[in-house]
Every structure is written in structure tokens, then in C-alpha cells.
Design a protein around this ligand. Structure first.
Ligand code: ANZ
Ligand code: ZN
Length: 829
């Protein structure tokens, strides 16, 4: 059977897909043995949100995760590669309001659709571990964990101005505010003081930063950098200024946070955050009205806008003065929005000569600028540019003449001795605001009792289930959670005293659900706790996590935080959840991210129908290194399909009979095969998946060449090569690979086969290039056997035509042979 035009010999992806999907389902190929017979490895893709069907982005991300899980399985590891859904969240709720339905209907219908598509897409998942965060069996344990956090003081409530989206009627995390607008709906975000739940992630700032050391080299550099900046550790001093009494306002001490205590003599005014309680406290009656109208203006700004250095500086004078503890100078105190209420102490000493924000402010309000560090640059008074660099201290009393670092140390020493300051470390990281005034999320398991205060719902009464009788408009938020309107749900007896009490009506940010799902996967049906401690010991941490860089900060930081808290609770050993991270690129079309508004979206289903699952998967992986974007306009799924057909035909051509002595096969092809296996392992270990495909293509070509040459398809080396092609392709094009495996006469599944062993002797070259030098110049190159003897090499060198010509019949003075690489011929004079 060698004809590729034969009817039964055409590559038909549809029938392959139909044939193998049920076989795999039967065999449960990717269900881990979980019996300790092989080393366990955990591969995880960031689980999807069930918004409609899968799209091209999913197709790329899951193709990458699959390469890892399929490869590790061939390498003999016991691989766990679970799948689940992050199934709470706003879109389901909005859809339900629109359709007068319950969010669960939309959610679970979409999950079913996506699950079917994932199966068609042949992801190597263990389907028995499926988890949905909106299932009561799951959120019961989210609530249970909340209770543990609460007991530890790591979940608390405070009244605080928060970002508020007037359209979605819910609070937003800072990161959900983009250019002052709601990330989801684009409405301008305002501030609203609300009683909200927080997780005390700031208690873990230090460890979140330090433990990144373990991740170096295994996580993308830029993700680590983003996390580092987000945590934002800075070192400096807290310096206390005495505020003079004014009218009926008494004197007061206020600390400021500065990273540059060396510039204390350069402070020419002070600024308090306009929206801090401190501003109201300080302001004199003469200035109160101005402050209040300014505050109204500030409410409309997001934190990000406030930190935008391009913006015109604004502010009002408070009528008060503070005394510089070092110089004794009297400084006016202003209130402004560029100082943030919840960073440092919410108040600063302003050093306009050396801090650009302060300089811009000083120039706007005509405040003095005094240089105290001579950096050799132009005077900021003239240039308008603050000088932040190194230099010697001037105009600074005892600090004069010192360099910056010495002056920082000395200034801290002085204030510390005087009891007016101390060295401090500050973090930019804020506590995590987790409560949302929405319906479709995990209910916060707290009951509010007028006598007992906040009472956690006892563990044995969890889960606090969402009511299932609300529909449509009843789910629409009205400034409070829709749950507040469900009287039969809200009113409950206090678990402690039995009096009438009310449930907390907020639900949790969906980031809470996804901060521990990787722990649930190890024992998804466990009922004694969120996870089986033994299973966690066996499987955690995740060996390879795969997902988009859009989660570089929050999801990853929150998951790291949860893992550390759960570790501290004594429940798990791991302190980091994901030991390696791979960020796949985006799928673009014509240079731009696919989007509805641009109309450049590509429908995944159509691509699969047209080219087949394997060609689409192969194209995704082959297009570029996994971290890079794939531009669908630049790739050729049709080309991938052609290649797959070519590979597939090899297996069709090979003679049947699996009991073959490969060592009798064509050596040149065997060398290509073994080198391909050897190099592919190294490439796969370093996530260079696209190069493995290129190597596989070369192997397919070499195999075809051998068939077409004298050796023919019956050569054992051809069977060996075709088997290796099937195994390699199983990582990228599982249906084709399985069909090849079957044609070669092996039992399914190719994924249950063992990674081919490499014959080291086939990796070494047979020949080598030796060079012949005469008077230091290379005169000839010889292709010689690697193991050539010195005598044979000398003879070969001396008979080379160039050498013969140079010697002109004379016997050389000396011939130095360094077999097998160099022959040095010294001609006779
Ligand atoms: C005086 C000074 C002089 C400052 C100088 C800087 C340069 P990082 O590094 O981000 O921690 N600052 C302190 N609290 C602030 C707040 N609540 N809102 C806005 N700015 C605040 O920044 C620390 C510096 O930011 C502090 O050091 C303070 O300005 C300002 F040549 O103090 B510095
Ligand atoms: Zn009570």
C-alpha cells in the first residue's frame, strides 16, 4: 500500500475526530493513576470563565498547556491536568436580568457548550475532576476558608471610600478602574464611602516579595517585576512635624513618610491628602468652605488619575503651619489630591527642589524652592525640573557636605535621637477589597446581630446558599446587593444568641473563588474540608501553570496570598502555588487583538470545521514561541493540514508488523530520528514548542526521502521514524497522531506510550572535518571518519591536491597530526 491517491489513503480529519474522541473517553487516558507508581506532576491552565463558547484565545492557551501535559505523560510522569470553570461573575447576572432568568441557567448552559468544545478540541483533561466555583459544593469551602481568614483577623470590615461604578452599582477594585472609568461598562467611576470587607493581604507584603526569589527563572521576568512594583516596597523614615495651634484648634503631631529624609532642610511646605480625615481636622474655619468644595471635585477622580504626573496640580491652603523638626522652620500646610489618603501617613513634607510633583505644585502656587542636594544639574528654580540624583548636601546644617546615602542615615539618626522620627518600610500594596454588592457570587458567611455584632455562620451550617427564586429585575443592584431585598433569605436567627439577625448581603469578588481552585482540583469530591491534605501533599505545587499575562498581578498575587495563609493555618506544606508559569501570547488578526468592535474576530468553530482540530492546534503552537502573539492573518492552517496529511501518509505506507529490529534500518534516517527525539526533549523542557514542530517536519521529510530512495517503506528505520513522528505529533495534533499510531499497528492510545529512548551512539557524527595547515594557513579541509587513525589522517592530508602542489615533490620537514582534527605540515625549506 504505497499509493497516496488510494481512496482509503486520504487524510480525513472529520472521521478521525469522530473515531478517536470516544475511544479516549473510554480509556480515560488522562485520568492520573494517583497510586504513587510514578512521580506526580500537576499541569494547570487558568480555568475559563463561561462566557459563550470557546474562542481563539482559549484555543491557543489550551493548546500550550496540552503540550506540557501530554509531553510529561509520555515522559512517564503521573500527570494531573484538571479542568473547571470560574463560573461566578457579572456577565451571568446581566444576562439573567435581561432574559428574566436566573444566572445559573446562562452559566451552566455556557459551561456545557464549552465542555463539549473542549472535548472536541481534545484537551488532555481529567474530566472526572471538573469543578465549578458557583456550585454550592465548591463555594461551601470558599466560605469555610473565609471563616478561617476571619478568625485570624485576616478578613475585616471597614468604612472606607471605595471606587463605585454608578451603572453597575457595585464597588470596583483599583485595577478595575481604567482611566477613571469602569473596566466593564466605561462609566465614570466615583468614590463612595461604604462599609466593605477586606482581606489583610498587606500583612503578607514582605513574604509575597521575598518568596519571589523561589520563582526566579521559572516565572516570566516581567510578571515578577509587575508583582514587585505592585507590592512596591520602599524604605525611608517617618518624621513627626508639630502642627501649631490655631484659634480653637490645638497643636498636634503629624508623622509624614519620606524616602528622602536627607532633604528635610529642603522642605518648604507640607501637603495632606485632601480626602483624608486629617484634612478636615486641620483646616481652620476660614478655609473650610474652600476645602469642602475642593473635596467634592476630588471625589470624581480615580486613584490612577490622581497619580498622573501630567495633570495640572490643584489644592487648597488649610490655614495651618507645621514645624520642621530638624530646621525649626515653619511650613504652610496644604491639602491636595496628589497625596493619597491611604499611602504612608497620608501627609508629606514637600521638597520641591528634589521631587517633581512637589515642584509642579510649588510653581502653581508660588511656594519657595530650596536646593539642598547639589547634583551639579541646573537649579530647579530655573529649569522646572526637580533634581532627584546623587550629590552633596548644602543648606542643611549638620548634613552639609555629606553624600545622599550618608545624609539619609544621619538624618534618621538625628530624628531618632530626638524622638521625632524613625526608620520605616512602606508598601504600596493595599488590602484586598473583596465585597461586591452583586448577586452572582459566593455569599459572605456572616450574620449581623445587634447584640453580638458580626457572627460567622458556623461551619456545619455552610454553605450559605444563594436563593434560587430570584429572577430578572429582582437581581438588578440598587446600590445595595440584590440579596438585601430577599427578606426570607436575609432574616435569620443569630447563631450565637438566637435573636433576630440579618445575613451579610454582599458577595465575594470572583478573584476569591479563583484564589484556591488549584487546591480543590486535587480532591474535588472531598467533603471533610476544602481539600484532602494527603492529596495536596501528593500534588502541590502546580508544576506548570499556563495562562494570560493579563493575570500577572491580581490573580497570581491573590493565589500566592491564599496559599501562604492556608499554609500558616497548618493545612498545607506548600508556600507557593505555582512553581513555573508560562504566559502564552494573544491571538491577533491583522496586527490587532480580535474584537467585536473591530470586526476582526475569527470564529473558532468555523476554523475547526474547515481545517480540523489538529491543524488549528498545530498552527497555534507552530506560529511562534508560546510567549509571543500569534497573528491569524499571517499563519496557514491549510499549510498545517497539508503537513499533517504528509506525516499521516508515512504511517499508511509503512509495512505492518510491529516486531521489528530497528538496528537493521537505514543508519542515516535512524540518526535523524534519534537526534530529533534528543533535541525535542531539551526543547520541550524549555518551552520551545514551535521548534519541536519544525524538527518534526524535518523528520517527516527525511523519512519520505528514505522511502522514495532505494530503502523503501519496508526499511525498519522508516517504521521507527514514523512511530516517533506519531509520538511527537501527539503533543500537538492528537487525532492525527492516534490514527498514525493505529495504522502502525499499536494499541491506543499513543499517549500511553513511553517517550522513545535515544541510542546515544546515533547522536554522534560519523565524520568530522579535519583541517590541514601549512605555515599556519589552512590549505585544505578533509571530511574524515571520526575515529580515523593518525597515520591514515597524515596520509590523507599529504595526498590532498593542495598539499601536493605546495610541497612541489619535496618531502616535508615535519608533519604534526592531531587526530582527528588538525594536521600541521611544515614544508622543507
Ligand atoms: C520628601 C521627598 C523628597 C520625597 C524627595 C521624595 C523625593 P515611594 O518611593 O513610592 O514610597 N509620599 C509619601 N506619602 C505619600 C502619599 N500618601 N501620597 C503621595 N506621595 C507620598 O514614595 C515615597 C515618597 O512619596 C515620599 O518621599 C513622599 O515624598 C511621597 F526629594 O518625601 B518624599
Ligand atoms: Zn446575637
Amino acid at each position: 500500500m504505497t499509493s497516496s491517491t488510494n481512496e482509503t489513503n486520504t487524510y480525513d480529519f472529520q472521521s478521525m475526530e469522530a473515531k478517536w474522541a470516544p475511544v479516549w473517553e473510554d480509556l480515560q487516558v488522562f485520568k492520573p493513576k494517583d497510586d504513587g507508581s510514578a512521580e506526580r506532576r500537576y499541569v494547570l491552565d487558568m480555568f475559563p470563565y463561561p462566557s459563550g463558547d470557546l474562542h481563539m484565545g482559549h484555543a491557543e492557551a489550551f493548546a500550550m498547556g496540552d503540550v506540557v501535559s501530554r509531553y510529561w505523560k509520555l515522559r512517564g510522569y503521573d500527570v494531573m491536568h484538571p479542568i473547571g470553570w470560574d463560573s461566578f461573575g457579572l456577565p451571568a447576572e446581566n444576562a439573567a436580568i435581561k432574559r428574566n432568568a436566573h444566572p445559573s441557567e446562562w452559566t451552566y448552559a455556557n459551561i456545557d457548550t464549552q465542555a463539549a468544545s473542549f472535548k472536541r478540541y481534545a484537551i488532555s483533561a481529567d474530566w472526572s475532576r471538573r469543578v465549578h466555583t458557583s456550585d454550592p459544593e465548591y463555594y461551601r469551602w470558599t466560605q469555610w476558608l473565609f471563616n478561617r481568614f476571619y478568625e485570624k483577623g485576616l478578613a475585616y470590615r471597614k468604612n472606607h471610600p471605595v471606587n463605585w461604578c454608578p451603572k453597575d452599582q457595585t464597588v470596583l477594585a483599583n485595577e478595575q478602574v481604567v482611566n477613571g472609568a469602569c473596566e466593564r461598562c466605561g462609566t465614570e467611576v466615583t468614590k463612595k464611602a461604604l462599609n466593605q470587607w477586606y482581606f489583610k493581604i498587606t500583612d503578607y507584603a514582605d513574604r509575597l516579595l521575598e518568596d519571589m526569589e523561589q520563582l526566579k527563572g521559572h516565572w516570566p521576568e516581567r510578571v515578577l517585576l509587575m508583582q514587585k512594583n505592585w507590592i512596591g516596597r520602599s524604605e525611608g523614615a517617618e518624621v513627626t512635624f508639630t502642627i501649631e495651634a490655631a484659634g480653637d484648634k490645638p497643636a498636634k503631631q503629624i508623622p509624614v513618610y519620606t524616602t528622602r529624609p536627607d532633604t528635610l532642610y529642603g522642605a518648604t511646605f507640607m501637603v495632606v491628602a485632601a480626602d483624608a480625615e486629617l484634612a478636615n481636622e486641620l483646616v481652620t474655619e476660614d478655609h473650610r468652605a474652600a476645602l469642602e468644595s475642593y473635596q467634592e471635585q476630588v471625589t470624581h477622580l480615580s486613584e490612577i488619575e490622581r497619580q498622573n504626573t501630567e495633570r495640572e496640580k490643584t489644592g487648597v491652603f488649610t490655614g495651618r503651619y507645621g514645624i520642621n523638626p530638624l530646621s525649626g522652620e515653619k511650613l504652610p500646610i496644604w491639602a491636595a489630591d496628589y497625596v493619597l489618603a491611604d499611602y504612608g501617613t497620608g501627609a508629606i513634607m514637600a521638597v520641591p527642589a528634589h521631587d517633581q510633583r512637589d515642584l509642579d505644585f510649588a510653581r502653581t502656587f508660588d511656594l519657595p524652592v530650596r536646593v539642598v542636594v547639589d547634583t551639579g544639574e541646573e537649579d530647579p528654580n530655573q529649569s522646572g525640573v526637580a533634581t532627584a540624583g546623587e550629590g552633596r548636601l548644602v543648606n542643611s546644617g549638620d548634613l552639609d557636605g555629606l553624600d545622599k546615602d550618608a545624609a539619609i542615615a544621619k538624618a534618621i539618626e538625628i530624628v531618632q535621637a530626638a524622638g521625632t522620627g524613625k526608620h520605616t518600610v512602606n508598601f504600596r500594596l493595599r488590602d484586598w477589597l473583596l465585597s461586591r454588592q452583586r448577586f452572582w457570587g459566593t455569599p459572605i458567611p456572616i450574620i449581623h446581630c445587634t447584640d453580638c455584632g458580626e457572627v460567622p455562620v458556623p461551619d456545619d451550617q455552610l454553605p450559605v446558599r444563594l436563593p434560587d427564586n430570584l429572577r430578572g429585575e429582582e437581581l438588578a443592584p440598587k446600590g445595595t446587593s440584590p440579596l438585601a431585598a430577599a427578606a426570607d433569605w436575609v432574616n435569620v436567627p443569630c447563631p450565637t444568641c438566637g435573636k433576630d439577625a440579618k445575613r451579610d448581603t454582599d458577595t465575594m469578588d470572583t478573584f476569591v473563588d479563583s484564589s484556591w481552585y488549584f487546591l480543590r482540583f486535587v480532591s474535588p469530591d472531598y467533603t471533610e474540608g476544602p481539600f484532602d491534605p494527603k492529596a495536596v501533599r501528593d500534588w502541590m505545587p502546580v508544576g506548570q501553570y499556563v495562562g494570560g499575562v493579563e493575570h500577572a498581578i491580581l490573580h497570581l498575587l491573590y493565589s500566592r496570598f491564599f496559599t501562604k495563609v492556608i499554609h500558616d493555618l497548618g493545612l498545607i506544606e506548600a508556600t507557593e502555588p505555582f512553581s513555573a508559569l508560562l504566559n502564552q501570547g494573544q491571538v491577533l488578526n491583522g496586527g490587532k487583538a480580535m474584537s467585536k468592535s473591530l470586526g476582526n474576530g475569527v470564529d473558532l468553530g468555523e476554523q475547526l470545521d474547515k481545517f480540523g482540530v489538529d491543524a488549528v492546534r498545530l498552527t497555534m503552537v507552530f506560529a511562534s514561541p508560546p510567549e509571543d502573539d500569534v497573528d491569524w492573518a499571517d499563519v496557514s492552517p491549510a499549510g498545517s493540514q497539508k503537513f499533517l496529511a504528509r506525516a499521516w501518509r508515512l504511517a499508511q505506507d509503512v509495512a505492518s508488523g510491529t516486531d521489528v529490529d530497528y538496528t537493521a534500518g537505514d543508519k542515516a534516517l535512524r540518526q535523524v530520528t534519534h537526534r530529533t527525539v534528543h533535541e525535542s526533549a531539551q526543547l520541550l523542557d524549555s518551552n520551545k514548542f514551535n521548534v519541536v514542530i519544525a524538527k518534526t517536519m524535518e523528520l517527516v521529510n527525511a523519512t519520505r526521502k528514505t522511502i522514495d530512495s532505494g530503502a523503501g517503506a519496508a526499511d525498519p528505520a522508516v517504521r521507527e521514524a514514523a512511530s516517533v513522528v506519531a509520538q511527537l505529533l501527539s503533543l500537538f495534533a492528537p487525532y492525527t497522531a492516534e490514527d498514525m499510531w493505529d495504522a502502525l499497528g499499536y494499541e491506543p492510545s499513543v499517549s500511553n506510550s513511553a517517550w522513545p529512548s535515544v541510542d546515544e551512539s546515533l547522536l554522534v557524527d560519523d565524520t568530522i572535518t579535519a583541517v590541514v595547515q601549512i605555515k599556519g594557513k589552512v590549505r585544505a579541509r578533509l571530511e574524515v571518519p571520526v575515529d580515523i587513525s593518525a597515520a591514515d589522517l597524515e596520509a590523507a592530508a599529504l595526498s590532498h591536491e593542495n598539499v601536493v602542489r605546495m610541497l612541489e615533490g619535496k618531502t616535508p620537514l615535519k608533519v604534526i597530526v592531531r587526530a582527528p582534527k588538525l594536521v600541521n605540515v611544515v614544508p622543507a625549506p
